[in-house]
Unconditional design. Sequence first.
Length: 198
Amino acid sequence: MEKSFILQKAETNDIKFSNPVLSMTAALSGLGAFGGIICLCMVLMSALSGGNVSSKFFCAATVITIICGMIFVAVSLTFQKQKKMYLKKRKELSKNAVRVQGKVVGVTKYVRHVKYMKETFDEVLWCYKIKYKDGDKYKTVQSDKYLNDISKVLKSDKVDVLILEDKTLVFKNYQLRKDETEPYVKFETEEIEQEAEL
């Protein structure tokens, strides 16, 4: 079986978009709607089994479920609309970006030790160290984080660095190996350990 050489991102581009207020409202209204549905099911089961059912309670549960459901749908649509606008803006920023030639100069391996009860699990993330020229100065920055071992993936150390209008960076056109026969660029790997308690 041939090994595939890929860069598996730890985060997608749209994960950088966040709206805590909308997220919390959606979560609470979703829980409210779910709770209302559970209440209605219990009322119906009670009625079917011959129990006494208060019509006021049934109406209240129905109204709460409908209101929470409407809020959830409205908030979800608003969130999706804002996320779409965010991604559209990022795309426009990319079109007007300054493109410079960058060079991969190293790899950073982040090892996070997560302790859960008596067990310790290692969460490993990788990123490239990229050097590029911004005006008269050279800068070294870190790429996006990746889930897979990226130390033997590239056949060239060249990468395009896009400097967006808001000064954020986007890295494009990594030259990946196609198979095991292709030579790869050897990078010095820096390992950084982090402790995390759960």
